[in-house]
Design a protein around this ligand. Structure first.
Ligand SMILES: Nc1nc2c(c(=O)[nH]1)N(C=O)[C@@H](CNc1ccc(C(=O)N[C@@H](CCC(=O)O)C(=O)O)cc1)CN2
Ligand SMILES: Nc1nc2c(ncn2[C@@H]2O[C@H](COP(=O)(O)OP(=O)(O)OP(=O)(O)O)[C@@H](O)[C@H]2O)c(=O)[nH]1
Length: 447
């Protein structure tokens, strides 16, 4: 698989100043010599101005070619980049030229997959590449950069290093069935396992933040008609540059707006369906809102603060009560005395902007209850990591219990191996060799 040469357009297709076509594999340079007249002394990592030629030897494009000699490249293989003019037709024709001269069209993610397979990065770093591209807030971007730098992979590997000697120890007893694990050794091994367990739990605790940073905190704006929900939405959209991300729905396309507040991405959930007067549609709308509320990370409830508190209030499931922010809108018209007792309610005016800062801070405070924010804890694991760390923790708990019950070392070793494997899954590594190494080198069995 890895001995073929892949090519793809690496930039978005559309009219732009420059586009990049990237080629990776053993035949990259050879293919390049067919699509362009290369300088005799093509030097790695140096831009050369070349002309891409069509099959008849006519000019197709004129641009910069860079040769990255493997393994010192993104993929670890020979890589050629052609930086050409950013037109749709010209870029596609240039790619076709590479494809007809020996390269094959790359699958999605294949360059990064090769980087992983060639040991340039671990799985968490490969995942971080896409997180970085998808990041819609400064904290998401920071977490992606941390992960790209290898924090999660290094932590998983360090945890493995802690467990390997435990396994080595236990394995040693398998070969010497007449010896029991001394209480002192047992305590030592348990302590080590507890240390790793604690680290796993700390990482697992970051997964809620990870979800929010990657997908946005699901935010529902609710309230009776005419209280100012749309106006508030516009105020929110004006907070920080909104990124409109069209998400394909199955029944209809919904446009969800993503904004960021104090660096946290908020996915504003559209509850427009509620307003429809048609009964059926309204019922669907209400069901949808209820469903959205079940999944919400944050509920912004808007009331007309200038009126009395008689109007129907939102009935929230208990789990959501601490995630609700009550906005007393239209404070410019004065706040009705009825609201005096509402703890934490924010007097707000879409007209004057009063309450804007208080709302931003309240949003940050509610989201921070989901876990440590990336500001003080840049690690934010994803769902796949979470599942693996949970598996690791479960196996360690089981190993610890088995040790406490004085079970056969084979059984304890099995659990520990599975914990190790779970950590290996995080970084995408299957490595029995290394464990065997530790057993036979540092642990002298002949004693
Ligand atoms: N033009 C261009 N820009 C790009 C990329 C690319 O492939 N091409 N990247 C692709 O996503 C990202 C940058 N990532 C890269 C990571 C490693 C290497 C690289 O050449 N690594 C070598 C040499 C390292 C060094 O000189 O310090 C190596 O790891 O051995 C290149 C790009 C974003 N910008
Ligand atoms: N004085 C004052 N008027 C406001 C404020 N916010 C909104 N309004 C007005 O209240 C009315 C309703 O505002 P919308 O934003 O459409 O309210 P809504 O809750 O989206 O209403 P529906 O679409 O019916 O659900 C409009 O006339 C707004 O101009 C505010 O802070 N102060």
């Amino acid at each position: 698989m890895l001995n073929d040469t892949i090519a793809a357009i690496s930039t978005a297709l559309g009219e732009a100043a420059i586009s990049v076509v990237r080629i990776s594999g053993p035949q990259a340079l050879q293919t390049a010599s067919r699509v362009a007249r290369l300088p005799a002394n093509i030097r790695p990592r140096q831009a050369h101005l070349v002309q891409i030629l069509d099959a008849e030897g006519g000019a197709l494009d004129h641009g910069l070619m860079i040769y990255f000699k493997g393994p010192a490249s993104y993929t670890g293989e020979d890589v050629i980049e052609f930086h050409g003019h950013g037109g749709v037709l010209v870029t596609q024709r240039v790619l076709e030229r590479w494809l007809s001269c020996g390269a094959r069209a790359a699958e999605p993610g294949e360059f990064t997959q090769r980087a992983f397979l060639n040991g340039k990065m671990d799985l968490t770093q490969a995942e971080a590449v896409m997180d970085l591209i998808h990041a819609q807030s400064t904290l998401a971007l920071r977490a992606a950069n941390e992960q790209l730098g290898g924090v999660i992979g290094r932590e998983a590997a360090a945890m493995q290093q802690e467990i390997i000697p435990v396994l080595a120890h236990i394995e040693a007893y398998i070969d010497f069935p007449e010896e029991d694990i001394s209480p002192e050794t047992g305590e030592n091994l348990k302590r080590r396992m507890d240390g790793v367990l604690g680290r796993a739990q700390k990482l697992i605790a970051t997964s809620e933040q990870g979800r929010i940073l990657r997908h946005g905190a699901r935010t529902v704006i609710s309230g009776s008609p005419n209280v100012g929900k749309s106006s508030l939405l516009n105020v929110l959209l004006g907070f920080e540059r909104a990124i409109v991300s069209p998400t394909a729905g199955t029944t209809r396309d919904t446009i969800e707006e993503v904004i960021q507040v104090h660096g946290i991405p908020l996915r504003l959930v559209d509850t427009a369906g509620l307003r429809d007067s048609d009964d059926d549609v309204e019922r669907v709308g209400i069901q949808r809102t209820e469903r959205e509320l079940e999944r919400a990370d944050l509920v912004i409830e808007v009331v007309d603060g200038s009126l009395g508190a008689s109007a129907a209030r939102l009935q929230l499931p208990p789990a959501l009560v601490s995630r609700r922010i009550l906005i007393l809108n239209k404070s410019d018209l004065g706040i009705h005395a009825d609201w005096a007792g509402e703890q934490g309610a924010i007097p707000f005016s879409c007209l004057t902007g009063e309450g804007t800062e208080a709302l931003r801070d309240a949003i940050r405070a509610v989201i921070a209850t989901a876990g440590p924010l990336a500001t003080d804890h840049p690690i934010a694991i994803n769902a796949r990591h979470k599942a693996a760390f949970e598996r690791c923790a479960e196996r360690l708990v089981a190993a610890r219990a088995a040790l406490a019950r004085n079970e056969a070392p084979e059984f304890i070793a099995l659990e520990i191996r599975e914990a190790l494997q779970a950590l290996g899954d995080v970084i995408g590594q299957v490595d029995v060799e290394r464990i065997l190494d530790v057993i036979f080198s540092t642990f002298c069995i002949g004693k």
